[in-house]
Design a binder for this molecule. Structure first.
Ligand SMILES: [Zn+2]
Length: 491
């Protein structure tokens, strides 16, 4: 694939500091914090001859993009020749001290620039594993781009804890913009907790427990208190290395309970203390469950509480639907979850100290949900507005031809009335938009591309992998030529 540069670049100030053409194709993106609220141009100015450093792109504090080293060349940015050979490196305007926070304009541009880099390099998803060894040992598939960070290659905080804690969000948003499902790329990685305060950890995971309660009926405040107690705010060895936030062992109650979100094979072995009959302790090696993300750990913990049996009866009978946190904590203790005599008091104390009942489903209002009205999710610049009230969002979409309403995850949940007037013309700006036999990435590719040009859409449909699919007029008879409308703009 021929190397290109981003069309988002508004200033080019090429640095002589690079190794010439890459010897490895691009399959990584490494975002950095430039340590200063610099402009895009000033970032280029940081890398004059003799400075021994550079980057491919800079993102200025106003969100503008500069080109310092062409994408085809290897920049000197990440303290790792191996990484820089295959990574597009991006220096982002940031504060000058930890957590090296970036403003909304910079972060929004970073999402767009990563999406653009992925598109031009033939990638359909951006992955964040949150773990150095997993990432560096991973061989990306041809359509996968992987995020790496400078801190893995040098004794630095770069890209700072602000961005580090958002890399899962960045990967998900870019993958959604590329037409994929962000949730399948990566969930929350416990490794982000290492750099967060206790309060920030709770703010980050709290909503996950609310969602879990809505699904499983186990009080969020109690599960969240267990998370805090068992994983030490997500900073325990098991959480950090295996996303295991509840100390769940490989074998639990004979593994006879259903609904486990664990694959049964991934384990993490570590030392643990077991109490002997005489009260003394012995240190043994034990196998614990390893999860791909925190969400899976939470789901598995709930599945265990709901399904574990003692003989023929449920160990934690009555827990589902219980809305009194002290009572729920007592049911968990009585079922045998913990032997500590003070377990219930400990949980209740944590719930009170952090006011965790705010995350209980009954106390959570959905006012923070935004419904965004855009032409398509990927084109954030087309946004007409964002509404808390779905009806208002729908009215806005109805009033603007070609606009739809998208939920927080980028799913198209409503297509404006004026959009349904068929047929209509779309412009496809990319050369390699696949034509599929049906409306969804689960349908086979025809092997043909639209090419850049203007096309007639005669029918729309919902389907996997895009906010909306359109049937091309030339395939109207057999209805076997569909394109993702995320890559097509109405004309
Ligand atoms: Zn760096």
């Amino acid at each position: 694939m021929a190397y290109t540069n981003s069309s988002m670049v508004s200033y080019t100030g090429l640095s002589p500091n690079h190794s010439g053409q890459r010897t490895h194709s691009i399959d990584r993106i490494t975002p950095h914090c430039v340590v200063g609220q610099l402009s895009a141009r000033t970032i280029c100015d940081c890398f004059p001859a003799g400075r021994e450093a550079s980057c491919n792109y800079g993102i200025g504090t106003d969100g503008a993009v500069s080109l310092c080293v062409e994408e085809k060349n290897q920049s000197w940015c990440s303290s790792s020749n191996v990484n820089d050979q295959r990574a597009v490196t991006i220096e982002c305007a940031s504060d000058m001290t930890e957590p090296y926070a970036m403003n909304a304009a910079v972060y929004s541009t970073l999402i767009k620039l990563c999406t653009d880099i992925c598109k031009r390099n033939g990638k359909s998803k951006l992955l964040w594993f949150g773990d150095k060894d997993t990432t560096l040992n991973y061989s990306p598939r041809s359509d996968e781009m992987v995020l790496t960070v400078h801190r893995w290659f040098a004794n630095k905080s770069c890209p700072g804890n602000w961005l580090y804690a958002r890399l899962d969000d960045l990967a998900a948003k870019v993958t959604v913009a590329l037409g994929g499902s962000g949730s399948q790329t990566s969930g929350l990685q416990a490794s982000v907790f290492a750099g967060l305060s206790e309060a920030d950890v709770i703010a980050k995971v709290g909503p996950l427990f609310t969602a879990d309660q809505k699904k499983n009926g186990i009080l969020a405040s109690v599960s969240l208190a267990q998370f805090i107690l068992e994983s030490d705010y997500g900073k325990s060895e098991l959480a950090q290395n295996a996303n295991n936030c509840f100390g769940m062992k490989k074998s639990l109650s004979g593994n006879t309970w259903g609904g486990s979100s664990q694959d049964g094979n991934s384990i993490y072995t570590k030392q643990t203390k077991e109490q002997n009959a005489d009260g003394s302790y012995t240190t043994i090696m034990a196998d614990f469950r390893k999860y791909p993300c925190v969400e899976k750990s939470i789901a598995d913990h709930s599945a265990y509480l709901l399904g574990a049996k003692n003989g023929t009866s449920l160990r934690y009978d009555g827990l589902k639907g219980c809305t009194d946190y002290r009572k729920a904590a007592q049911l968990i203790k009585d079922g045998g979850y913990a032997t500590s005599l003070t377990y219930v008091d400990k949980l209740c104390e944590i719930i009170q100290r952090w006011n965790l009942t705010q995350y209980d489903a009954a106390n959570v209002t959905d006012t923070e949900v935004w419904y965004r009205v855009r032409k398509n999710w990927a084109e954030a610049a087309t946004q007409k507005g964002a509404f808390h009230d779905l009806t208002n969002a729908k009215n806005c979409a109805d009033a603007n031809a070609g606009y739809s309403v998208f939920d927080e995850s980028g799913n198209c949940i409503y297509t404006g009335k004026q959009s349904s007037a068929l047929p209509y013309l779309v412009r496809v700006p990319i050369a390699d938009l696949n034509i599929r036999k049906g409306p969804g990435t689960n349908y086979a590719k025809t092997g043909k591309y639209t090419g850049v040009g203007t096309f007639t859409i005669v029918e729309e449909a919902d389907g996997q992998g895009a906010s909306r699919w359109g049937l091309l007029k030339s395939y109207a008879t057999e209805r076997n030529g569909w394109i993702s409308l995320d890559y097509a703009a109405k004309v």
